[in-house]
Design a binder for this molecule. Structure first.
Ligand code: CAA
Length: 246
C-alpha cells in the first residue's frame, strides 16, 4: 500500500482504530475522520503516536453533505488524493419498533446510510479520474439477518449493500472497486451498550463462541483494499464467527 492514502470515517472508534493501525502496518498513509471534540481527538492522536501509529485526523459530520465537502477540501490541501475510502462511521439507537421514536430512526439512517452518499461523493470522481480506488463500506450481520430492536440499524445497513452493488457497477471499468463488509458482534463499545444478559444470549448463538476482535475486521478490510484484490467488486464479506451463513 506504499504511497496510498486511506481515509477512514469513524476512524477513532474501536473498529476504526484497528483499521487505521492495520493500514499503517500495510504501508498506507492514514487519515481518520471523526466527530468528537478537539481534546478527545488530540488525546487519541497522541496515544496512537505513542504506539507508533502516525495518523492524520480531520473533522466531519457525516450526516451533513456540506461538512463532508469541507472535510474533503481539507484532506486535499493537507494530505493529497484519497485512494482508499473506508465508510466506517456508524451508530446504533436500539429500540423495538413500537417504541422507536422518529429521532431514533432518523439519527441512525442519516449516520449509517446517508453518510455513504455524503462521504463517497467527495472522493469518487478523483478515484475514477486516476483509475484506481477502493471503497469499503462497513455494513453489519444485522443488515443481513435483521435483529430484534434494530429496524433502524438493519434498514440502514441493508441499504449499504444496495449502495455498494450499484456503485460497484458504475465504476468497475475505472479501476475502482466498491465492496461491503459485514462484521458480526465485535468486542467494541457499541456492542457493550447491549444489556449484559442479552449480549450473553447473543454470544451463545455465535458458533465461534466469542466476540470478534476489532483487528479481525481490520484484516478483512485490508484484504479488500489490497492492490491484488482488483477483481473483487460488489461483494459483501461477512466476518461474523459463523453467526449468519448464506
Ligand atoms: N428477541 C426476542 N424477544 C425479545 C428480545 C430479543 N432479542 N429482546 C426483548 N424481547 C422480548 C422481551 O422478552 C419482552 O417479551 P415479553 O413482553 O413477553 O416479556 C419483549 O420483547 C419486550 O419488548 P420491548 O419492546 O419492551 O423490548 P425492550 O425495551 O425490553 O428491549 C432492546 C429492546 C433494548 C432493543 C433489546 O431487544 C435489545 O437489546 N436487543 C438487542 C439489540 C442488539 O443486538 N443490538 C446490537 C448492537 S451492536 C451492533 O449493532 C453492531 C453490529 O453490527 C452487530
Amino acid at each position: 500500500m506504499n504511497n496510498r492514502i486511506a481515509l477512514v470515517t469513524g476512524g477513532m472508534g474501536d473498529i476504526g482504530t484497528a483499521i487505521c493501525q492495520h493500514f499503517i502496518e500495510l504501508g498506507a498513509k492514514v487519515i481518520a475522520v471523526d466527530y468528537v471534540d478537539k481534546t478527545q481527538t488530540a488525546n487519541w492522536q497522541l496515544q496512537q503516536k505513542q504506539l507508533g501509529f502516525d495518523i492524520g485526523v480531520v473533522y466531519a459530520d457525516v450526516t451533513q453533505f456540506e461538512s463532508c465537502a469541507m472535510m474533503a477540501k481539507e484532506v486535499a490541501d493537507r494530505f493529497g488524493s484519497v485512494d482508499i475510502l473506508v465508510n466506517g462511521a456508524g451508530i446504533t439507537q436500539d429500540a423495538s419498533f413500537r417504541k422507536m421514536t422518529p429521532e431514533q430512526w432518523n439519527k441512525v439512517v442519516h449516520t449509517d446510510l446517508d453518510s455513504m452518499f455524503n462521504v463517497t461523493k467527495q472522493f469518487i470522481d478523483g478515484m475514477v479520474t486516476r483509475g484506481f480506488g477502493r471503497v469499503i463500506n462497513i455494513s453489519s450481520v444485522n443488515g443481513q439477518k435483521g435483529q430484534f430492536g434494530q429496524t433502524n440499524y438493519s434498514s440502514a445497513k441493508s441499504g449499504v449493500y444496495g449502495f455498494t452493488k450499484s456503485l460497484a457497477q458504475e465504476v468497475a471499468k475505472n479501476g475502482v472497486t466498491v465492496n461491503a463488509i459485514s462484521p458480526g458482534y465485535v468486542n467494541s463499545k457499541m456492542v457493550m451498550t447491549v444489556a449484559e444478559n442479552i449480549r450473553e444470549q447473543i454470544i451463545a448463538t455465535i458458533p465461534a463462541g466469542r466476540l470478534a476482535k476489532p483487528e479481525e475486521i481490520a484484516w478483512a478490510i485490508g484484504f479488500l483494499a489490497a492492490e491484488r484484490s482488483a477483481f473483487i467488486t460488489g461483494i459483501n464479506l461477512p466476518v461474523n464467527g459463523g453467526l449468519h451463513m448464506y
